[in-house]
Design a protein around this ligand. Structure first.
Ligand code: ADP
Ligand code: MG
Length: 291
């Protein structure tokens, strides 16, 4: 279930001036990939991901999901939204029912599933995101904490059992534990179900750990794209547009400057630790040999 984005342009009507939010995006996302979309605020990340399930339609160009052109008048967008689940940047925009159970049930019910299947899916989705259906189910989604709201919004999308999961800054505004939890759920889902994940994030440590490919947006264009390591190798370009690299990548660069033989493409703490230990043991080996 691949996604093809071809020469996509989009300008909001009524916005300030007529600067395009997307100024010609070309991108292919393959089945089963974990891709992260990064870029400064206002670079078009949210606008781009809303094109992936037909919520926004391009002014020019096209978006093709699993061989289906979303702009085609005959395309059934309901079927597309079952395949491509989108969790919004602000989950409270996505919650609208009186209880959590009703909210999570909305999608599968809307697909015309029988009530027993719906309740089974609702319970499973809530458990997947670490919420107890009996405890949290009867409550109003609006009375929950920010982290719980996000999880309910994610459960509502998961209840549709999409093959492609698109998450727009799902961990933004959460405390470190909340971030770890929600990203852990996503990682587990991907491992268990082999779904495609597209994650918008501004946390470089997070994307280094999770994504195998990065797409960097700036001013509505893809300015850099490739395997995570290669993209973080371009720290000058990233800094120029106001992004950074993981701090561990900076540390590795500093160690190299001091003539320590640490690889230049270290992007996670675990990798760095193992490289430094390797170096350490070879040095202490040398020291013993000289003694
Ligand atoms: P990001 O998610 O990377 O922060 P967005 O896709 O939200 O960026 O925004 C891209 C551009 O489109 C920005 O210039 C932003 O101000 C503008 N924009 C976003 N949403 C709207 C909207 N609803 N109406 C008008 N302009 C918008
Ligand atoms: Mg955004």
């Amino acid at each position: 279930m691949s996604i093809l984005i071809e020469k996509v342009e989009y300008t909001y009507s009524g916005g300030a001036g007529s600067t395009p939010a997307l100024a010609g995006i070309d991108l292919v996302i393959e089945d089963g990939e974990f891709v992260a979309v990064i870029g400064p605020t206002g670079s078009g990340k949210s606008t781009l991901v809303q094109h992936l399930n037909g919520l926004l339609r391009p002014d020019r160009g096209r978006v093709v999901v699993d061989g289906v052109d979303l702009a085609d008048r005959h395309t059934n967008l309901k079927a597309v939204r079952q395949k491509v689940g989108l969790v919004f940047q602000y989950p409270e925009h996505q919650l609208f029912e009186e209880t959590v159970l009703e909210d999570v049930a909305f999608g599968p019910r809307n697909l015309g599933m029988p009530p027993d299947v719906v309740s089974e899916r609702v319970a499973r989705a809530l458990l997947t995101v670490g919420l107890d259906p009996a405890e949290i189910g009867p409550r109003s989604p609006f009375a929950l904490s920010g982290g719980q709201m996000r999880r309910v919004a994610l459960a509502g999308v998961l209840a549709m059992e999409p093959r492609i999961l698109v998450l727009d800054e799902p961990a933004a505004g959460l405390d470190p534990r909340g971030r770890r939890d929600i990203l852990g759920h996503i990682q587990r889902l991907r491992a268990e179900r082999g779904i495609t994940v597209i994650l918008v994030s501004h946390n470089m440590e997070e994307v280094a750990r999770l994504a195998s490919r990065l797409v960097v947006l700036n001013a509505g264009r893809v300015v850099l794209e490739g395997p995570t390591r290669e993209v973080f190798g371009q720290s000058d370009l990233l800094c120029r547009i106001g992004l950074g690299v993981p701090s561990i990548t900076r540390l590795a660069a500093e160690l190299r400057r001091r003539n320590l033989n640490v690889p230049a493409d270290v992007v996670t703490v675990e990798e760095a630790a193992s490289e430094i230990l390797k170096l350490w043991s070879s040095r202490s080996g040398q020291a013993r040999a000289h003694a």
